[in-house]
Design a protein around this ligand. Structure first.
Ligand code: DUC
Ligand code: ZN
Ligand code: ZN
Ligand code: ZN
Length: 467
């Protein structure tokens, strides 16, 4: 039998192993791994390259409504092209339930919007903003059974915040249905108080976004969510952890034997609140929540990564255009940080930043990189052992990395819908040179190849971490 694709001479990296071998692909699966595999229709020479599981980015926002007059800069075609260019083979965006609407209807709408548009596979988490008795009693349990096995809740934002009782009710459904609940841990009232106090003092520039939501607010909410999870006895993922305070709460919970997991992101190892101080409105380019902190926080995040407090490293890609009236520089946004949309683009730069800052600088091994960027995402969100590793029978989701290639991150080489990158001029060592998604080459040398529509919208199993 002739293979469809052979990848020869590379160094295969998984979360546990690193070794030289060839890979043979038949259709969309890895068929054989051996010193030398047979003839293939297409031969790829991977000499000198790492052959890694494609990145899985379990935290991205695509085509999600952002409130009046504000638009997210990526649709499914551009977000998945950008992800593929950055060495990813799967993304997990959110299907947002807007208040007053049915959760089922919201999910179906997202699914229809994504279908036929994706370059790589996509699978939705839910966002629960309106936990009515119908949502809690019928819609959510049915959706979990249909493969939407994770959902996010917010402790802040006018349109999204759940109070403590609502959080407990959602946690209880997660426990009963064996779903994984993701929590945005920042306190609503404390942020509101700080925001109004800053505005009264005329402190309205983008930098004050960071001042309005300091680490203590994130820490308090993280502790509160952990306490709720302990009370209900449900596993929980704390997303986008920004620094020492929240990290230490998660570590404390883990040391008590609680199933509390952590996610962190590139912004928290590379940016600081000082970046929000740009001239004029330039700081708006870095406004995200939680905000980036300081260099001591970056060191604390590395501590959490190397100690295993964090299971996943995601982008929290939430792209807006900067120079646009429906983006960062919307009319109200110029008057106060309160109206600058929260989020930064990063699905394409996540992996080069982690590889360079982590592997190339000697902080983590290539195996740990694979664990943080792919394997644990698959295990956490119920895609393992279909995705997340290189082994016989796995989806042929593979990224070839040149570990020595030096690049300067620049807007002009990226594929996202934003008009800027927060990492303009950032130097990295290590770069993805080819992405293969279910056996099809979708990115080669920075170019997206092939038509959109190859990516499928996937259902998922129960998380390995709720067992
Ligand atoms: N939380 C996210 O997860 N993404 C963007 C903004 C936010 O608050
Ligand atoms: Zn494509
Ligand atoms: Zn969030
Ligand atoms: Zn997010």
């Amino acid at each position: 039998m002739t293979l469809d694709l052979a990848i020869r001479g590379g160094t295969i990296v998984t979360a546990t192993d690193i070794y030289k071998a060839d890979i043979g692909i038949s259709g969309d699966k890895i068929a054989v791994i051996a010193d030398r595999v047979g003839a293939a229709t297409r031969e790829i020479d991977a000499t000198g390259l790492y052959v890694m599981p494609g990145g899985i980015d379990s935290h991205v926002h695509v085509a999600q409504p952002q409130g009046p007059g504000i638009t997210l800069a990526d649709d499914f075609a551009s977000a998945t092209a950008s992800a593929a260019a950055g060495g990813n083979t799967c993304i997990m965006p959110f299907a947002l339930q807007q208040r007053g609407t049915s959760l089922r209807q919201s999910v179906e709408d997202y699914r229809r919007t994504a279908e036929g548009e994706c370059h790589i596979d996509t699978s939705f988490h839910l966002i629960i903003s309106d936990p009515t008795s119908a949502v809690l009693g019928q819609e959510l349990p049915a959706l979990v059974k249909d493969g939407y096995t994770s959902f996010k809740v917010f402790m802040t934002y006018d349109d999204l915040v759940l109070n403590d009782r609502q959080l407990l009710e959602v946690f209880e459904v997660a426990r009963n249905e064996r779903a994984l609940v993701m929590v945005h841990c920042e306190g609503y009232d404390t942020i509101k108080f700080m925001t109004e106090r800053l505005e009264r003092a005329g402190k309205t520039e983008p930098y004050y976004h960071a001042v309005s939501r300091p680490e203590v607010i994130e820490r308090e909410a993280t502790h509160r969510a952990i306490s709720h999870a302990e009370l209900i006895d449900v596993p929980m993922m704390v997303v986008h952890v920004s620094g020492r305070e929240a990290m230490e709460q998660i570590r404390w919970a883990q040391q008590r034997g609680l199933k509390v997991f952590g996610e962190t992101c590139p912004q928290y190892i590379t940016l600081t609140a000082e970046d929000l101080k740009g001239l004029n409105m330039e700081g708006a380019k870095y406004v995200c929540s939680p905000p980036p902190r300081d260099t001591a926080s970056q060191a604390a995040i590395w501590e959490g990564i190397t100690q295993g407090v964090f299971q996943t490293f995601s982008s929290d890609h939430c792209p807006f255009r900067y120079d646009a009236t429906d983006g960062k520089l919307n009319e109200k946004g110029r008057t106060s940080f309160r109206w600058v949309p929260n989020g930064i683009p990063g699905v394409e730069t996540r992996l080069p930043i982690l590889f360079s800052e982590g592997v190339s600088k000697g902080r983590i091994t290539p195996q740990k990189f694979v664990e943080l960027s792919s394997t644990n995402h698959a295990k956490m969100y119920g895609l393992y052992p279909r995705k997340g590793s290189i082994g016989i029978g796995f989806d042929a989701d593979i990224a070839l990395w040149d570990p020595n290639r030096q690049e300067t991150i620049r807007q002009e080489i990226l594929h996202h819908g934003s008009d800027y990158t927060p990492w303009e001029g950032f130097q990295v060592t290590g770069w993805p040179v080819m992405t293969i998604a279910r056996g099809t080459v979708v990115m080669e040398d920075g170019e997206i190849v092939g038509a959109k529509g190859h990516g499928q919208v996937l259902s998922r199993q129960e998380s390995d971490y709720v067992r």
